[in-house]
Design a binder for this molecule. Sequence first.
Ligand code: HCR
Length: 370
Amino acid sequence: PGVDAVPTEQKAGWTSFIKSLASMTGDLSSMTAPPFILSPTSLTEFPAYWCERPELFADIATGRTEQERAEKVLKWFICTLKGQYTTRNEKMGSEKKPLNPVLGEEFFGVWPDVGFGETTLSVEQVSHHPPITAYFIQNKKAGVTLQGHSGQKTSFSGGSINVKQNGHAILTVDVPGGKKETFLITLPKLQIQGLVWGSPYIELTDSTAIVSDTGFVANIDYKGKGWVSGKAHSYKATLSHNGKSIRSYEGTWTAIGKVAKSDEVFTDATVPKTEVSVKPIEEQKDWESRKLWRATAQGIRSGDYDAASRDKSRIENEQRQRRKDEASAGQPWQLKLFDYVESDPVYKQLASHVKGIPCEEDGYIFRGHA
Ligand code: HCR
């Protein structure tokens, strides 16, 4: 049993929120939740979690062989998970409900060059309903890029929220001889547990894959504590080449993972992370996330939830009006940084190597800054 984290005056609101989850269909981003569970951060900021270990991202390019690069991609990927799925618990005490981005919302950041090249991040909210966020991360000097998008489909069962991520990421790395290697990364399923106590946290379930055009495939299985044994946040990964298994790794994605049956450390998620640097709000454009949500976030942080909710409604009403205007002018919203593709040929080619990954998925290709 956990410790009840719901403030007394919000208990009724929390109970009715949990009850309403049972009838939720697909998208809980727009559901009204009690104030104590609100986060002042918009989902457009989340792609930064992909690169809070910029040294591991850049290091992929230093692999001398196809196998070394495949191992380095796997290592970097596993080390991103702690940031992606436990940061809110570490910073705010539990998982929280992020701000639901508006269509066209943007987020830009940078990890400065500290010896292995500068890494830049560009994010755009490419769909509001359902929410879909597209991102592009690049270390030009190292020759490594990551492009992807994430949307979520949520359902409720057995007291937990299950989240299926729609989308994928594609990593490319420049290799000697002017060539590129490409890796398809699929996204894990999430279970939001601990709801009854008002202190939600994420556990990852099922499995994901990293598929390379050099024939290397990493399969990663995720397990939680379970009923009888096992540690929370565990993973087991197997790297294979053209179907032949080469090496396995196991441990937890929040601490240490080792090469199976050895003491060799493969992933250490306890190494301090480097948070993304963002321009001061005064220098940001109106559509940039922290500027757009400034007053809402300020209200949430200071406990002035009326002010937060007034500002949130102002933004949402403005959006509704904008959509109406676009409909009557017959001019739909244009994406700013990405092009939508109904069928992404790179995805299709890599997905065809592995059973269990859908053969086709749409995608968003980074077009660059205007
Ligand atoms: C499910 C979630 C929104 C989506 C968040 C995603 C999947 C977004 C992409 C990132 O790369 C990884 C990621 C991490 C987050 O854990 C995940 C969020 C957790 C909660 C949130 C729900 C929409 C809000 C649930 C409300 C609860 C806490 C009451």
